[in-house]
Design a protein. Sequence first.
Length: 471
Amino acid sequence: IKHMRRAVDAAINSSRRQGSSREYARLPNDDADEHVGHRLSSEEGSVATGAQPRPLVDETRLAKLVDSICFQALSITVIVANAGTIGLETDLPTWGHWESVEHVFLVVFASELALKIYAHGATFFSCDNVDIYWNAFDAFVIALGWVDAIMSAFASHISGGQLTTLLRMIRLLRILRLLRIIRFLKQLYLLAFGFIDAVHAVFWVTILTAVLLYMFSIVLVRTCGRLPDTDPNHEFLHEKFENIRTAMLTLFVMMSAPNLQTYIAEDGLLENRPELGVFLVLFVILGSFGMIAMLTGVISENMFEKNQARLEESRKELERTLDLLQKHTARIHSELPLNQKGEATREDIISIAMPQILTLFEETLVEFTEASLTHLVDVMDLNGSGYIDVDEFTSAICTYAAGLRPLSIQEVNFNVNICMNRLETIQDAVGEIASALLGRTRDQQSQANTDLMKLLSVGNMIGVRSSLRQS
């Protein structure tokens, strides 16, 4: 880690001393990755001029700070505290320091927004920024707070009921700050925006419900709402089903909160009109339980489809990021000192290439640590030659950026199976060679024994002949 930091600091200091434009960090400004290279291009221009003073705060570190989990947790805490304060102010309006407390929260939120704008620069409100709508919403809510503070300061000098009403409406809009918490909590974000995406389906379920209520209300008004005055249940039914509007409201209340006890308690109503009791039971089962189940199913199905669409979009975004990384890692490797085979040394990779990869990862929002990047260099050299070619370099960077995926596990399993098959093949070949050698050794040993026996036999015959001659 220390070695990596020294390499990064040395590369940055060297470019600043020489007034270099740091071409290694320049990303092309085309349609595919214009939003990725914008910040790098701006930073290069400021360094290349050599005339501007060094900023008091490192914008890269400040951007990491405002995007960190700790900073987001602090923002959530302040938002929740502000929402609690608004609730207490509603219940205890006589306390005289609520305005001062609100000003403190307003200064905190404005400081947070100012830090984010300073850290991210012009890209904070850029149309290419995926959080452009959230950023605009934050700025709108904070601007409303400042408008409220300014108008409250001059409200004592200006009289008028319309101004008071406007101030009251602006102060009520402060509760919109609580919606910002959705931005930081992933599960709540998916749930809220899944429901928003399901509004289209909910709209058609609402239309179907309105049509059914309208049909049933016509039937009830004509059959139960216009009874003669002599009917014992005339007053009750006239109150419930006097006209279409009243009947639809009565049926909607029964759909949302079924309460048949009201109709059962009416003397002689269901006894004299059993068909009304059957209708009410079927309406509760189909109209209340059925419509709620349909609405729940439609919302769930729509949210599932939208989540699948988001996953597909995330996959496409990952592919675009990997294509961008592959293109720029190949360019970075080509700018290194290479041997005749087009390979770079490990030292050049660490000192020259990895600082550029670190900057590239920051711009493409790839999560990394300096220790993991150092270890990544160690595993790039697949053949153990001490040199790293462009394929090894590009494959290692892209695989790291893609993270652990099911395909990566499948590739590992595939390569392991290939190695096992090759080992089994080698083992079989070695076994066959050993068997052949063992058989040949046995044959040679048998032949040697046979030759030895022949020699012994010949020697014995020669000895016998010598004995005979002597005798």
